[in-house]
Design a protein around this ligand. Structure first.
Ligand code: ZN
Length: 90
């Protein structure tokens, strides 16, 4: 069996996204996901803490573009914005 550790030599793996249970703070696993639209994905998650057992759904939305695609889809309309970082002191 292969481990789920990300390969850091070269390719970046995006499957290691960690979700946290809002109740107990443990890791939650994606059980299934559904593409609601090109920009919105609904995910069903299950907390991995057996003493908690929370299952829940999330909505993940692409909110803006940072670097435009070289193969733009005309049906995808996203505002181009830079990365915004908030500071604690404003
Ligand atoms: Zn939990």
């Amino acid at each position: 069996m292969q481990s789920n550790k990300p390969a850091l030599n070269g390719k970046v793996r995006y499957t290691t996204r960690r979700y946290k249970c809002p109740h107990c703070g443990s890791c939650a696993k994606v059980r299934s996901s559904k593409e609601e639209s090109k920009l919105v994905t609904k995910r069903y998650l299950q907390c991995q803490n057996i003493e908690c057992g929370h299952t829940y759904a999330t909505m993940e939305e692409i909110v803006h573009t940072i670097t435009p695609s070289a193969m733009p889809d005309p049906s995808v309309n996203l505002e181009v914005r830079g990365i915004t970082t908030k500071t604690a002191n404003g």
